[in-house]
Design a protein around this ligand. Sequence first.
Ligand SMILES: Nc1ncnc2c1ncn2[C@@H]1O[C@H](COP(=O)(O)OP(=O)(O)OP(=O)(O)O)[C@@H](O)[C@H]1O
Ligand SMILES: [Mg+2]
Length: 247
Amino acid sequence: MLTVENLQKSYQVGKSTYEVLKGVSLRVEKGEFVAVMGPSGSGKTTLLNCISCYIPADSGSIRLDRTELARLDENALAEIRNRKLGFVFQDFLLLDGLTVRQNILLPAIIGGRVSDLTEARADQLCEVFGISGIREKYPAEISGGEKQRTAVARALINHPLVILADEPTGNLDSKSTRAVIRSFEQAKEALEATIFMVTHDSYAASFCDRVIILRDGVVWKTLERAGTDREKFQDNLLDAIREMGRE
Ligand SMILES: Nc1ncnc2c1ncn2[C@@H]1O[C@H](COP(=O)(O)OP(=O)(O)OP(=O)(O)O)[C@@H](O)[C@H]1O
Ligand SMILES: [Mg+2]
């Protein structure tokens, strides 16, 4: 599904070069819910932005299905971003002048693909995420958790291969965090979506199938949930984070 191999990325600031990703390799399988954790500055957002092709990597490979993203031109990339990837941003980025339903349809509108089918899918997504009752409301008239569920529904409208989310629960309380995670779980179960989520939050990560921990620009450790109950898995994550701090 998504394969990253030996990804390297540095930033040039004046005369100095900051190496951020120093050879990151990982795989995400279809239908998997994967979290990326790691200390501030470890390169999580950089990794996500490279996968999204918002910033070019220096070297290494990013494959989505069988397509090598680094070799695509701007037009092909825009097409991939619109059709194969879904994005959930930390501050949701809903458009104030559009209703919940219109916001959900936005990627289809941008891709020039609004049809009876996509309209029906928007309604289906509203049902899956329990926002049918508010679909004619505007963002200013709905709660934070509802905004977030709208953002997740929007990320799914074009049937993306992968949803990429950067701190989607970053500014939410634990009840809204649970609602966002629940919407990812629903996307996974009902729609076979694949989810790749960056998070600081061991509670949010403890719902995932697998957690990849980045440190100093490389994959330091991967933890598999593999049927462990959620509380135990969260303990395992916290242990790993403490161990990382000691090293
Ligand atoms: N555009 C940029 N130019 C120069 N340096 C950058 C740029 N963007 C990020 N960095 C640096 O790269 C490093 C990794 O940044 P990144 O945003 O990927 O970290 P992160 O793991 O997402 O951190 P956080 O948990 O705080 O969001 C940081 O040291 C940051 O200062
Ligand atoms: Mg970040």
